[in-house]
Design a protein around this ligand. Structure first.
Ligand code: NAD
Length: 250
């Protein structure tokens, strides 16, 4: 099932963390990659994929900018002739602030990347997938898209929004051979969380909240993304696939 030989996979936010691990997992299974990231460091992910013997291209992309996202999708079609799978994963965390103290500009900044970025990506990917006759999209939501984390209102709003966009797109294109799902990770050890995990007090509080008593490695989320993108998930559409070690099971 997890054979992506020759499939054209677009991934956003793959310089580090979950996106990078997922890009390399797809490359291990033969996929050709189009990587969009704001950070030039994502070129290294593309280079590592090429070392695995697959074609991979990096396109500098700010997912909150429509022209950038359109150019990214166009690159997949120009270079590889089609798009088969997209993983919309680029995201940022807000500073932790009580709701009443949350800065308006901070709210706009998080919504621009974490919600508008996914909206734009899905919109233009759907057009390419329709031209290809079908495909699969996976968005990165979060457990913060299912329940709210304390003191992170903009992130909760954006990630709950990603859940809504995922379900909406899944409904609209189910009859067109396109499946749209989201993965909702719990605590994953990436550059996004390394500051928390390095702080003994914060880390202790996070573990107290985690039935499995650890953070996941990004490869553990990559596995879920590959499954959702694969024919093994052929009847899974509009699903919010929680991968959190049981954090939201209570
Ligand atoms: P990360 O910081 O390692 O990766 C984020 C990636 O997104 C980086 O490559 C970064 O350069 C890129 N990026 C940021 N802004 C961008 C923009 N405007 N345009 C294009 N690329 C941009 O963090 P991660 O933990 O791997 O996060 C990946 C996704 O997973 C995010 O959507 C995040 O919200 C989500 N998530 C992470 C966790 C966690 O515990 N780490 C939990 C739940 C959800």
């Amino acid at each position: 099932y997890l054979d992506f030989d020759g499939k054209v996979v677009l991934i956003t936010g793959a310089a580090t963390g979950i996106g990078r691990a997922t890009a390399l997992a797809f490359a291990d299974r033969g996929a050709r990659l189009v990587i969009g990231d704001l950070s030039q460091a994502a070129e290294e992910t593309a280079a590592l994929a090429r070392e695995k013997g697959v074609d991979a291209v990096f396109v500098k992309t700010n997912v909150s900018q429509s022209a950038d996202v359109q150019a990214l999708v166009a690159e997949a079609e120009k270079r590889f002739g089609r798009l088969d799978i997209a993983f919309n994963n680029a995201g940022i965390l807000p500073s932790t602030t009580a709701f009443a103290e949350t800065d308006e500009a901070e709210f706009d900044r998080i919504i621009a990347v974490d919600l508008r970025g996914v909206f734009l990506s899905v919109k233009y990917e759907l057009q390419a997938l329709l031209r290809a006759g079908g495909g699969a999209i996976v968005n990165t939501a979060s457990v913060a898209g299912v329940v709210a984390d304390p003191n992170m209102a903009p992130y909760a709003a954006a990630k709950h929004g990603v859940v809504g966009l995922t379900r909406a797109a899944a409904l609209d294109y189910a009859a067109k051979n396109i499946r749209v799902n989201a993965v909702a990770p719990g605590l994953i050890a990436t550059p996004m969380t390394e500051r928390w995990l390095a702080d003994p007090q914060i880390s202790k509080a996070l573990m107290a909240n985690s039935p499995i008593q650890r953070a996941a490695q990004p490869e553990e989320i990559a596995a879920a993304v590959l499954f959702l993108s694969s024919p093994a998930a052929s009847f899974i559409n509009g699903s919010i696939f929680v991968a959190d070690g049981g954090q939201t099971a209570h």
